[in-house]
Design a protein around this ligand. Structure first.
Ligand SMILES: Cc1ncc(COP(=O)(O)O)c(C=O)c1O
Length: 387
């Protein structure tokens, strides 16, 4: 069997060795606590589950959905953007449902990239920003996100050749994996860059609802003129505890939304109507549940940051996301430190290098385990690495 050259372009899976070691430990009966994956541990709010159950009982939802999305869904996204961000959307042309941000981001590569062109991708970043362009036969230009710039990419540092061949720019704030919130003026700089170089800005808004200390994350579309040059991918996965539901929306530039829709009509058949109705309920009535989750993650964030500081890790508490991003101690690579943590504490943390070359030297902790398990994990870190 021969796999495609396209598939062979994907770099080796950096978690592979770690996963092998985790499996070996579990096989020995060791209680491994995984702080690796960002998948909310608490259930989807009851009002959303109830809306799904009621809609799923209605046979009218059982046929092929439309890739354009139901009016209830598009209207709810429009209402949400107005209420939450003060952004006006036209539900007929500027909103289409997506089967998760992952699907949407991947397919945007197919819709906008050709061989010879490139995507500008946040580094470290969500892996689809780099695998997607490669699978589309195009290239990736990494934009390093470093602490001394507040995790903002340095757009001025991009070469003329890279500016010219780039057609997409992936941004994501609050940011996975760094936990950074959008640095002042970055959206405006991205907007200007996009106009000058004919680049489409894709802002991944997967964590805008998960913020702390009173910080309220903006939409990229709040930037004046942003709809001329960009789209936002809004996911319900993290903020609403709906990772399994595959619910997101692409909003913004109408031509881009149309191109995405046109591509998708050839790939999938849209989002289950009952899920669209439930997602609309989440957007319309989910604020309280989202606020409760913010409190849960803020509590867990403080627990982890205090424990890391106690063992000498220099960590800055993030104002958003469900992750802690911290430097590995001197003398370690991110992979060697994650292996040490696993060996000494039976706790899994993610090596920063897995999110891109600029992530080397860091590790990521996910806050998506129940409080008692998280408390046990940090206690183990204190005991085994504290000295
Ligand atoms: C930055 C970012 N974008 C997108 C996703 C995937 O979101 P979805 O579940 O909507 O596909 C994740 C999941 O971890 C993420 O961290």
């Amino acid at each position: 069997m021969r796999t495609s050259a396209r598939l062979e372009r994907i770099p080796p899976y950096l978690f592979a060795e770690l996963e092998r070691k985790i499996a070996a430990k579990k096989a020995q009966g060791i209680d491994v606590i995984s702080l690796g994956i960002g998948d909310p541990d608490t259930p989807t709010p009851a009002l959303v589950v109830d809306a799904l159950a009621a809609s799923a009982r209605d046979p009218a939802t059982h046929q092929y959905p439309s890739n354009r999305g139901r009016p209830e869904f598009r209207d709810a996204v429009t209402r949400f953007y107005q209420r939450r961000f003060g952004v006006e959307l036209d539900p007929a042309t500027e909103v289409v449902p997506a089967l998760g941000a992952k699907e949407c981001i991947f397919n945007l590569n197919l819709a906008f990239l050709d061989p010879g062109s490139a995507a500008l991708a946040a580094d470290p970043g969500y892996p689809v920003y780099t695998a997607g362009p490669l699978l589309a036969g195009a290239d990736v230009v990494p934009m390093p996100l470093l602490p001394d710039r507040g995790f903002a990419p340095d757009l001025d540092a991009l070469s003329e050749a890279d500016r010219e061949r780039s057609r997409l720019m992936y941004l994501n704030y609050p940011n996975n994996p760094t936990g950074a919130v959008v640095p002042d003026g970055l959206f405006e700089r991205a907007d200007k860059f996009a106009r000058e170089h004919d680049v489409l800005v894709v802002h991944d808004a997967s964590y805008t609802e998960t913020t702390f200390d009173g910080y309220v994350a903006p939409s990229f579309l709040e930037t004046p003129g942003a709809k001329d040059v960009g789209v936002e991918v809004f996911s319900l996965s993290k903020g609403y505890n709906m990772t399994g539901w595959r619910t997101a929306a692409i909003v913004g530039n109408a031509d881009t939304v149309e191109a995405y829709w046109r591509l998708k009509t050839n790939i999938d058949s849209g989002m289950f109507d009952a899920v669209q109705i439930a997602a609309a309920a989440a957007l319309d009535r989910g604020d309280t549940a989202v606020g409760e989750m913010r409190d849960v993650y803020a509590r867990r964030r403080d627990l982890v940051c205090d424990a890391l500081r106690a063992i000498g890790v220099d960590v800055t508490p993030p104002r958003g996301t469900i992750y802690i991003w911290a430097p590995v101690p001197d003398g370690h690579t991110s992979a060697s430190y994650c292996e040490l943590v696993l060996e000494e504490s039976a706790v899994v943390v993610s090596p920063g290098g897995a999110y891109g070359p600029a992530g080397e030297g860091f590790f990521r902790i996910s806050l998506t385990v129940p409080d008692d398990r998280l408390a046990e994990a940090v206690e183990r870190l204190r005991e085994s690495l504290g000295g």
